[in-house]
Design a protein around this ligand. Structure first.
Ligand code: PGA
Length: 250
């Protein structure tokens, strides 16, 4: 499987910064050797779609489950699609833990994305306290179970395993941690997950990306902080492309 290299810009890079980033972003990877994805802020999506010089897909970081309505400040999957998004990040840990998004809401958003023809990229991951309490398996199965049925109409989807304790902290899961968690996610997805990429996210950097995507069940990376600089993100893409080639040849 071609490795997915996705950048989640969170609340960074407005339209001008987006244009500047994309004019400088030139990873030395052969076309098709990695699948590049960007999740810019909603307001930067148009600049991103217009400004890319390399083949890449663009998605939004959040959607509401309704198609339209009196929901001030929200954006629907249909609107995101019309504005050029082909994917939607759903259930990121910052949405879950800062904005109180529930498993049930994640499920509704996944269904809305699928209905609108967006590829849902659904995030799951345990808190440090849950990991320490030996609840990794239970938490991941609960989170996957809450959106699995909503995937029924999706032509394509991805899952991102992002241990909450590794996001923006500099702490990275070891390849062994990632192997264990990705194995649980794959098992929880069952036949539904066949062919669906499962990405790892949490303090991915140029120096650890290759080791992480060399883990058999890790199909790519979802990168936050290190995706904001075009040269750093290009080095991550290059590392994933060579690890993918090495894996394909072994
Ligand atoms: P990080 O963020 O790479 O800055 O840890 C990852 C994410 O939140 O998707």
């Amino acid at each position: 499987m071609v490795k997915v290299v996705a950048g989640n810009w969170k609340m960074h890079h407005g339209p001008s910064a987006t244009t500047r980033f994309l004019s400088r972003f030139r990873p030395e990877v052969e076309d098709g050797s990695v699948r590049l994805v960007f999740f810019p802020p909603h307001l930067s999506l148009a600049a991103a779609v217009a400004g890319t010089r390399v083949p890449a897909d663009f998605g939004v970081q959040n959607i509401h489950w309704e198609g339209s309505g009196a929901l001030t400040g929200e954006v629907s999957a249909e609107m995101a699609r019309e504005a050029g998004a082909t994917l939607a990040l759903i259930g990121h840990s910052e949405r879950r833990h800062i904005f109180g998004e529930t498993d049930a809401e994640v499920g509704r958003k996944v269904a809305a994305a699928a209905r609108a023809g967006l590829v849902p990229v659904v995030c799951v991951g345990e808190l440090l306290a849950e990991r320490r309490a030996g609840r990794l398996d239970e938490v991941l199965r609960r989170q996957v179970g809450a959106f699995a049925e909503s995937l029924a109409g999706a032509a394509e989807f991805m899952v991102a395993y992002e241990p909450v304790w590794a996001i923006g902290t500099g702490e990275t899961a070891t390849p062994g941690d990632a192997a264990e968690a990705h194995g649980i996610v794959r098992d929880a997805l069952g036949t539904l997950g066949r062919g669906a990429p499962v990405l790892y996210g949490g303090s991915v950097k140029p120096g650890n990306a290759a080791a992480l995507v060399s883990v058999p069940d890790v199909d790519g990376v979802l990168v936050g902080g290190a995706s904001l600089d075009p040269d750093v993100f290009a080095r991550i893409a290059e590392a994933c492309a060579s690890a993918g080639r090495a894996g394909a040849g072994s």
